[in-house]
Design a protein around this ligand. Structure first.
Ligand code: SF4
Ligand code: FE
Length: 483
């Protein structure tokens, strides 16, 4: 079953024994939970897209390991075209869900682990890549969702893992056995964890010899013994419990993050891809982050297409679409968004093969891409809120609209252009509200800021890649400075 249908994916999740806590309670049936379900629908979209013949080239690829057509989210990039098709696919999914579809962290993890394990094997005589390829073939054959887990809770940011008051603030090896390792710790802000079959866990930063036990990478089923999740909450999330669809803004889709706790979890040797090779933790982090910073040039531009579309509809329903300043604001939004798109494509097309043969994005351009993503979506949202008007946050509830007494008054006084039903105008307002202030703002704004690393993380990478010496040399040559 190299390609599952969306429905098969949903059924496959029902078979997992996920331990998920939400609002202080163990969730009985996460698949149908009203808070979690919209995020599952977003992941399901990655399966539906792969089944759609119109997107076969974007959403699937032929695995070099099995010769079978697999979901692109499980593909090891073989060319710059693969890298570009990845962001094209992400843009389409962003457009279809206006949300985080969560599967890219796994795609970025498999590509980062694949090349890093190879180079680590060359230096240390380990056999991590061969183990990893076997695992990947299993995931490809079963079309599984792999969650890529990197961010540790980190405790005191001024201290390395080995100096923390609590050693569990970074995932680490607590015991080594002949047949595997036992790990403890947690991964925070973990996108997609409640909707994944598997996860790949990676270190979150460069390590030194003292941090050897924290330099660990492995894969593990999401329902392994000792693993449990504590769901993060999102602004306005309990609107999903009210029963209607209007007030949630984006009724069918969403994203989610959780804390994954590893309470002494056994990992068999065949699923360990780094154990103590601290000199390769920095490479793994840099590559995963590079791929995920490229990803944002795809997914966030797709989400922004929906925000821009909603702003244009709001202008139309308000009767303001012909105003020149409104037209200009929409142009500005498109300009900002397509600049991000250009960065996503540029870092893909400037990608190069690694020593292992898979393709890595241009790291400087990927970091430029993500640095812009930490800014432009905020400006796009500011302009959307400007165009929409105050109704964005003052509209009465769906219950008021449906109420026999106040409903007619809501309908009368919140109508804009006479030909457009008030309900349609309110739907668009709620959609924008969701993206700017509600559950959708997690994916479009906060993730844009902190996902794949906060702005400063990109600036550090930009400074490393900038090669100022080469730029100084250019000028020296031009003005005849010889030393
Ligand atoms: Fe994919 Fe974007 Fe979500 Fe990251 S934030 S997992 S790139 S959709
Ligand atoms: Fe993200």
């Amino acid at each position: 079953m190299a390609l599952m249908t969306g429905e098969q994916y949903v059924e496959s999740l029902r078979k997992l024994k996920l331990k998920i806590y939400l609002f202080g309670e163990l969730v009985d049936n996460p698949v149908d939970d009203p808070i979690i379900r919209p995020s599952l629908n977003s992941v399901k979209a990655t399966y539906d897209l792969a089944q759609d013949p119109r997107y076969a080239e974007l959403a699937t690829a032929v695995s070099p390991f099995t010769g079978e057509r697999v979901n692109r989210f499980l593909h090891i990039h073989q060319s710059t075209e693969d890298l570009a098709n990845k962001v094209r696919m992400q843009r389409v999914l962003g457009q279809q869900t206006a949300s985080c579809f969560q599967r890219c962290v796994g795609l970025d993890a498999i590509n980062a682990v694949y090349s890093t394990a190879y180079e680590c094997d060359q230096a240390h005589g380990t056999d991590y890549q061969a183990r990893f390829v076997e695992y990947l073939k299993y995931c490809q054959a079963n079309d599984l969702i792999i969650d890529g887990a990197m961010t540790d809770p980190k405790g005191d940011r001024g201290l390395p893992p080995s100096k923390q008051a609590d050693p569990d603030l970074f995932v680490h090896v607590v015991e080594r056995r002949d047949d595997g390792i036992v790990v403890a710790g947690a991964k925070a802000h973990q996108t997609g964890s409640a909707n994944s079959h598997e996860m790949i866990v990676m270190p979150t930063q460069s390590m030194t010899e003292a941090d050897k036990d924290w330099a660990v990478a492995f894969s593990c089923p999401m329902d392994a013994e000792g693993v449990f999740l504590i769901m993060g909450r999102q602004s306005c999330d309990t609107r999903k419990l009210e029963g209607g669809t209007l007030d949630v803004g984006n009724p069918d889709f969403g994203g989610q993050e959780a804390l994954i706790v590893f309470d002494n979890v056994f990992i068999p040797n065949e699923h360990v891809y780094m154990d103590g090779e601290y000199d390769y933790s920095g490479m793994l982090v840099e590559r995963f982050a590079g791929y995920h910073r490229q990803s944002y040039g795809g997914c966030k531009t797709g989400v922004a297409d929906c925000v821009i579309g909603a702003a244009a509809l709001a202008a139309e329903y308000n009767g303001a679409a012909r105003a020149s300043h409104v037209k200009d604001k929409l142009i500005e939004m498109v300009h900002l968004n397509e600049t991000l798109w250009a960065c996503g494509l540029a870092c893909s097309y400037e990608g190069k093969p690694t020593a292992s043969g898979n393709y890595l994005v241009d790291l400087l351009l990927a970091n430029i891409c993500k640095q812009n993503v930490t800014r432009f979506p905020y400006e796009i949202c500011r302009l959307a809120a400007d165009i929409a008007g105050g109704l964005l946050v003052t509209a009465p509830s769906e219950k008021d609209l449906r109420d026999p007494v106040v409903g007619p008054w809501v309908d009368k006084y919140f109508r804009g252009v006479a030909s457009v039903p008030t309900e349609d105008r309110l739907k668009v307002m709620r959609f924008i509200e969701n993206m700017v202030h509600g559950t959708g703002s997690v994916a479009y704004l906060t993730e844009s800021m902190h996902g794949a690393g906060s702005p400063q993380a990109q600036r550090i990478m930009i400074s490393r890649q900038a090669d100022l010496e080469a730029k100084k040399a250019l000028v020296k040559k031009l003005v005849h400075i010889d030393n």
